[in-house]
Every structure is written in structure tokens, then in C-alpha cells.
Design a protein around this ligand. Structure first.
Ligand code: DGL
Length: 274
């Protein structure tokens, strides 16, 4: 008989929208026994063009909400939110492990044969110190080309339709990286794994895509193990999906992107929709 998860073991995952679901599905695969609660801040999407201080305020409110729901680990499944709020949240909640996500420049720099890597991302991540730091630490001998691609966030939120228009849009973002010789393309926004099939069509074998979601889920497992929760399993863990936007639309996008039927809840944390 599997042990029962104590009420206090729960994983909270947050993003501006559907992007963090690319991390959540890895968490469900690797840690199937854990209840999860996912928060999509779709009322404030996109985060990418916003100032760091504003994103930090949103992340703080969401983390407070998740912790009030009983989560014991918070996963910031968003590069922009990690850039703006990871260190701040760790200082604010020293007793709760906070797992963040940084651009996967290290594996890309290790694997490149051409010495050129492309990074698809959003403005907040490109401007953040996490990105600057990984480049300084791991890519000093590598040419790093940053492509800020907010349109790909919109495409993922729309369910990543496979249309001629979306193919043309993706080609416009990816071709400059290939033309510059990139043989590794880092997906430095959690929305982008959902448009990976479209990106692969354009890339056509000329570069590898680097997606950090598997590594992030592994890190969550390590954190749970350190807390002593690593061996616990539950047969039917509950999974909640919250949005500050439209729950019916969110449920439909989850079904389309992840192939699961859920009833999302609306959880507004403030009345700001700007
Ligand atoms: N999914 C988010 C990330 O990983 C960003 C999307 C947005 O701009 O809101 O950075």
C-alpha cells in the first residue's frame, strides 16, 4: 500500500499564463504522487514587457496565495518572474523552498559545435541579472544571440495553432538565429516548449532546442527529498488550476496543450488588470 501524502506536502507552480504548464507536466511525470496547484496570472499577461518591480509585486502576491493554500514548495515556472522575483521571494520566505528557472545557457554552451547559441526569450528575462550571470559564468567563449520574441507567448496562449500564419511568425523569430550560425536554441520562456513543434519545422535539423523543464522538475524532486518528502506517494493526488483570467478559456487551453480535462478556478488576487 502506498503511504498517504501528509496534508502539508504540496507543490505550487506559477507563471504569467499557460507557459508553466510545460514545467508542471514534467513535475507530474517525475513526481506523480504529489498534489499540485498551478497559478496562471493571465489578467497580467504578458509579464515580459513589464518592469521588474511590477512583476515582483505580482509574484509576491501569487506566492503568498499559494503558501496560504498549503504548498510547501513554490516553483516559479517562468523565466521573467524568476528574473524579477526569485531572490526576493527566497528572502521573504526563508522556510519555504523556492525553485526558480534561469535561461539554459550552460547546457547550450557545452553542446555547441559552432560556438554560437541563440536564446529565444522575453524582454524581462533578457534584462535580468540571472541571464547576465549565466552568460558570464558559462558562455564567455560562446557567441550568445538574444532574440526577444513576445509574439511566441501570444501564440502559445492561443493554443499554438499549426497555421501558415503561425509558421511564418515562428520563422521570422528563428531564422535570424540560424543565419548567424546558432546550432543550439535555448527556450528561455516557459511558453516556448508549446511552440517547439513549429520551431522544429523551421529549424529542420539545423539546431537543437534546449528546454530546461525536465531539469527544473528534477530539482523539485531533490528539494522534496531534502525535506524528507521524497519517498511519499499518493494514489489520487489532487491537481488544482487557478487563473486570474477566464477559467473556461484556461481550461480549454489546458485541454488543447496538455491533453487533460480540468475545471480551472478563477482566483483574483487584486483588482488590477492593467
Ligand atoms: N512564461 C514566461 C517566461 O518563462 C513569460 C511569458 C510572459 O511574457 O508573460 O518568461
Amino acid at each position: 500500500m502506498p503511504e498517504t501524502i501528509p496534508a502539508q506536502a504540496m507543490i505550487g507552480v506559477l507563471d504569467s499564463g499557460v507557459g508553466g504548464l510545460s514545467v508542471l507536466r514534467e513535475i507530474h511525470d517525475q513526481l506523480p504522487g504529489y498534489p499540485t496547484i498551478y497559478y496562471a496570472d493571465q489578467a497580467h499577461l504578458p509579464y515580459g514587457p513589464r518592469p521588474q518591480a511590477e512583476i515582483r509585486r505580482f509574484v509576491e502576491q501569487i506566492a503568498d496565495f499559494l503558501i496560504a493554500q498549503g504548498v510547501t514548495v513554490v516553483v516559479i515556472a517562468c523565466h521573467a518572474a524568476s528574473a524579477a522575483g526569485l531572490h526576493y521571494l527566497r528572502a521573504r520566505h526563508p522556510d519555504i523552498p523556492i525553485v526558480g528557472i534561469e535561461p539554459a545557457v550552460k547546457p547550450a554552451a557545452e553542446r555547441t559545435q559552432t560556438g554560437v547559441i541563440g536564446v529565444l526569450t522575453t524582454q524581462a528575462t533578457a534584462d535580468g541579472s540571472l541571464y547576465r550571470r549565466v552568460i558570464e559564468r558559462f558562455a564567455t567563449n560562446t557567441r550568445v544571440i538574444t532574440q526577444v520574441s513576445p509574439a511566441l507567448v501570444t501564440l502559445a496562449e492561443a493554443g499554438a495553432p499549426q497555421t501558415p500564419e503561425s509558421r511564418a511568425l515562428v520563422a521570422g523569430e528563428v531564422e535570424p538565429l540560424l543565419a548567424a550560425g546558432a546550432d543550439q536554441i535555448v527556450l528561455a520562456c516557459t511558453h516556448f516548449p508549446f511552440v517547439a513543434p513549429l520551431i522544429r519545422d523551421v529549424v529542420d535539423g539545423r539546431a537543437a532546442l534546449v528546454d530546461p523543464s525536465t531539469a527544473v522538475a528534477r530539482q523539485v524532486g531533490r528539494v522534496l527529498a531534502v525535506r524528507g518528502d521524497g519517498a511519499l506517494t499518493a494514489t489520487h493526488p489532487a491537481h488544482r488550476y487557478c487563473t486570474s483570467g477566464d477559467p473556461a478559456a484556461f481550461s480549454a487551453t489546458i485541454a488543447r496543450l496538455c491533453g487533460v480535462r480540468v475545471t480551472a478556478e478563477q482566483c483574483r488576487l487584486d483588482q488590477t488588470t492593467a
